[in-house]
Write a new protein. Sequence first.
Length: 358
Amino acid sequence: MAYRITLIPGDGIGPEVAGATQRVLDATGVGIEWDVRPAGMTALETHGDLLPEETLDSIRRNKVGLKGPMTTPIGTGFRSVNVGLRHALGLYANLRPGKTIEGVQSTFDDIDLVVVRENMEDLYAGVEFDTGSAEARQVIEGINAVSAKQIAADAALSIKMITPEGSRRIVRYAFDYARANDRRLVTAVHKANIMKFTDGLFLKEAQAVAAEYPEIEFNDRIVDNMCMQLMQKPRDYDVLVMPNLYGDILSDLVAGMVGGLGVAPSGNIGPDAAVFEPIHGSAPSHAGKNEANPTAMILSGALMLRHLGERDAAEKVEGAVAGVIRDGQEVTYDLRADRDPSRAATTTGMAEAIVARL
Ligand code: NAD
């Protein structure tokens, strides 16, 4: 076997779309030995832990994982397993391609964008202080002692943290991705006109990194203007790189431009490991019915193949998925114009149609 990959089937529809993905990737002939490990609600029930150490160890050993969606327990005080996984493995880059697939209903056609989102810093670093807490008062007093602008005593605080190293490595990742995948332009997205120190630092580091890649064009856009331009002239853009919060929002915007949840893959990449996953959740109402759309997880598998350097196999999978969707016959209910479940393909049926086209 060429590769040993950790597979986390996850919860809800996870095991079904994961099974369909295994079937398609196995059929490419790229030898994959699957190391199946638990995480999510399923793992909580069997191992008493949402993110068992054995699963993390498996990814650390294999260096690459493919993950189905997980159900987030509500009202139990658990933080998101996905965030836990990214932090435990140092997966600092979130890769979100958005490419039009003919046959998927969407407002735009001919979109081919890649959002690279920083995953660890910014307002999402988790440095927060609740309104009225002793910690918040202490922080506010400290800031008010040195700042011309004063913070109200009862304010809640979320700290926006951007580092030179964090900025450099995410922008470098975006340029390396552009170079490896023949992309022509990298755009840094920021709000440096207002947040001169944090976003200003991100922009300064982005400009410095861009100088190391003279063959790839570079420009920058202010985030609000970027949103408008994506609606007006999306074809002017290619790879977009940005801090965490803007990346969270713009990556969903781009997913929406190409048809939404059911077809959107992603990757989380760090220096020592990478985990690929569909962006959709566990869709509990469809679980166990063999009717969920496996496309997003199969395309996440293709993204994983690219990461492994198996570009030909990745292109074969992407081409087969596009062909099946373009034909519009062997697709799950959500990809049908009439959304008629009685005439739709099952999850496994769609996977077999993709395999037949490889
Ligand atoms: P969801 O993505 O599960 O579902 C949103 C809507 O899209 C639903 O109508 C669902 O039926 C449909 N849908 C999603 N994926 C589909 C697919 N592959 N095929 C057909 N239909 C599909 O989002 P939600 O309902 O907000 O969340 C359900 C659970 O998933 C929650 O516990 C949430 O925390 C979790 N979640 C996990 C992840 C992840 O693990 N990466 C991401 C988002 C949500």
